[in-house]
Design a binder for this molecule. Sequence first.
Ligand code: G3P
Ligand code: MG
Length: 343
Amino acid sequence: SQIQDMSAEKVTKAKDMAFVFDIDGVLVHGDRLIPEGKRTLEILNGDNELGIKIPHIFLTNGSGKPEAPRCEQLSKILGNPISTEQFIQSHTPMSALAEYYKTVLIVGGEGYRCREVAEQYGFKDIVVPNDIVAWDPTIAPYRVFTAEERASSRPRDFSQTNIEAIMVFSDSRDYATDMQIIMDLLRSENGRLGTMAKDPVSQRIPIYFSQGDLLCPSEHWTPRMSQGAFRIGLEAMYRALTGVDLERVVYGKPELATYKYADEVIASWMEVIHNEEKLPKNIYMIGDNPASDIVGGNMYGWNTCLVRTGVYQGEGNDDDNPASVGVFPNVLEAIKTAIKREL
Ligand code: G3P
Ligand code: MG
């Protein structure tokens, strides 16, 4: 019975901790499994000494696909079920914006997948840059617009439409076209193409970005520019053209709003797996990027573990944003240490 008491205490402690996983560079590289990721999830899904589920969610700056197919794909790669209810990608919290804006410009991503994402979030009237190019090709003078693209776009007379907000969901596949259209809209009267606002501030529509990463690792030998670089380009152009600074909202890690949203998701996931909606006390963020995962986790008061399977390749801890628990060769070592600390 002493043994029973001890394990009951451990179960209570196990429910009072939670893991928040970054995805790229921690569990997978693109579509390739990081082997320790699979074992990590097996342990947290119940293959541990207590035989219970240890709460965990996924918090990624990734984007460009609806949540359900992305979770399905990750479940396959990781060999463990991942539910959309424990999954946050960069644009997930932006679904709340559907209540405030009807007609929106959605920028970035492959094909029309971000249109699909916005539809699922409940946006009522979604415009993508191709719809505008199909209406007036002269808006993007260097763009080669294929017949296929024309056939799949939804042109209308945009001089008769007010676009109420601009939302960059994912990386732009055509900086020149996307930047030109965004700049035209930011300088227009209340988002109406074909107009130019007299006052650049009071008639300007808002712009939102799903995340702020400057760089993103890829197959190339050095990281490639990401949404943060695209935003900085836009800010510089806007400043040069209007003389005023561009106000904007950025989601994703390490922005505070995203961590607050994660708390809500952890609490409701607790309800799903343990029938009690509560926020565990000891939260561990496991990430590979000091400038996003770790700085955000530290600011928000979470424990942080840095792994060496992704962006970070340094010797000791990161100088600017040291992980509070430490640096680990991989995700499995990180969770083993955290579990040992808590139980
Ligand atoms: O930079 C975008 C994406 O690749 C980062 O994903 O999971 O490391 O936040 P993640
Ligand atoms: Mg990462």
